[in-house]
Design a binder for this molecule. Structure first.
Ligand code: ADP
Ligand code: 5GP
Length: 209
C-alpha cells in the first residue's frame, strides 16, 4: 500500500477487555487529526456504540457481498462474527495525508504487517489475566460463555507480542494514554514521514534569501 503524502497507519491490538477501545477513544479525543478506521462487523451493536463511528454494523449478506467485491484489506472471523477493514476507506484517508488508527485483532494485525510493513504496531496488555477477567465482567457486555471464549483467545494472543513494535501494559489508564500518545507523536516526527514539509522548507529558501 502506497504511503502517499506521508500519512501512516497505527495498528493497535489487545486481548478483548484490556481497554483498547477506551484508550483509542481517548487518543482520538486528544489528537483529533487522527482518522479512525471504522471496521465493518456482523456482530450486534453494544449499548453506547454508534453505527458508522465505532463500527459499520452490517448483515452477514452485506459482509459477504463486500468481501466478494474485494472491498476488504483484511477480514477475520472472531467470536463467531465477521470483522473487516475497508481498503477503500484506508486508501482515501492515506491519499489525504491522514494518519490512521486501526483497532484489529492479532491475526488481522499480522496480515497488515505483510501488506503495510511501514505501519506502527502497538500491542496493549492487561496487568494480569485476573484483571482482564474482571474488566470483561465489569463491562457487562458478555455472558459467562463469551467471557470464557475471550479469556481463551487472550491466552493465545499474548504470545503474539514479539513482532509488535511497542507494548503498553494498561494498568493506570492515564499512564497508558500518555504512552500511546508518545508513540504516536514520536512516529509522526520520524524523518521519513516529514519529507513533504522538509521539501517545502527547502523550496522556501528561493523566496526568503
Ligand atoms: P477492549 O476494547 O480492549 O475490549 P474496553 O475499552 O471495552 O476493552 O475496556 C474494558 C473494560 O475495562 C471497560 O469497562 C473499561 O472501562 C475498563 N478499563 C479500561 N482500561 C482500564 C484501566 N486502565 N483500569 C481499569 N479499568 C479499565
Ligand atoms: P469487539 O467485538 O470486542 O469490539 O472486538 C473483538 C475483536 O475484534 C477485537 O480484538 C478487535 O480488535 C477486533 N477487530 C475489530 N475490528 C476488526 C477488523 O476490522 N479486523 C480484524 N481483524 N479485527 C477487528
Amino acid at each position: 500500500m502506497a504511503d502517499k503524502k506521508n500519512g501512516f497507519l497505527m495498528i493497535v491490538s489487545a486481548p478483548s477487555g484490556t481497554g483498547k477501545t477506551t484508550l483509542c477513544r481517548l487518543l482520538l479525543k486528544s489528537e483529533p487529526e487522527i482518522t479512525f478506521s471504522v471496521s465493518y462487523t456482523t456482530r450486534s451493536q453494544r449499548a453506547g456504540e454508534i453505527d458508522g463511528k465505532d463500527y459499520h454494523f452490517i448483515s452477514n449478506e452485506e459482509f459477504k457481498r463486500m468481501d466478494e467485491n474485494g472491498d476488504f484489506l483484511e477480514t477475520e472471523a472472531i467470536f463467531n462474527h465477521f470483522y473487516g477493514t475497508s481498503g477503500k476507506d484506508i486508501n482515501k484517508s492515506l491519499a489525504k495525508g491522514k494518519n490512521i488508527l486501526l483497532d484489529v485483532d492479532t491475526k488481522g494485525a499480522k496480515n497488515l504487517k505483510h501488506t503495510c510493513p511501514e505501519g506502527v504496531f502497538v500491542f496493549i496488555l492487561p496487568p494480569s489475566l485476573g484483571t482482564l477477567k474482571r474488566r470483561l465482567a465489569k463491562r457487562g457486555s458478555e455472558d459467562e460463555k463469551n467471557i470464557r471464549l475471550r479469556m481463551e483467545k487472550a491466552c493465545e494472543e499474548i504470545h503474539e507480542n514479539h513482532w509488535y513494535d511497542y507494548v503498553i501494559v494498561n494498568d493506570i489508564i492515564n499512564d497508558s494514554l500518555e504512552a500511546l500518545k508518545s508513540i504516536y507523536i514520536a512516529e509522526k516526527h520520524r524523518r521519513k514521514r516529514q519529507t513533504e514539509v522538509i521539501e517545502k522548507i527547502i523550496r522556501s529558501k528561493r523566496g526568503g534569501i
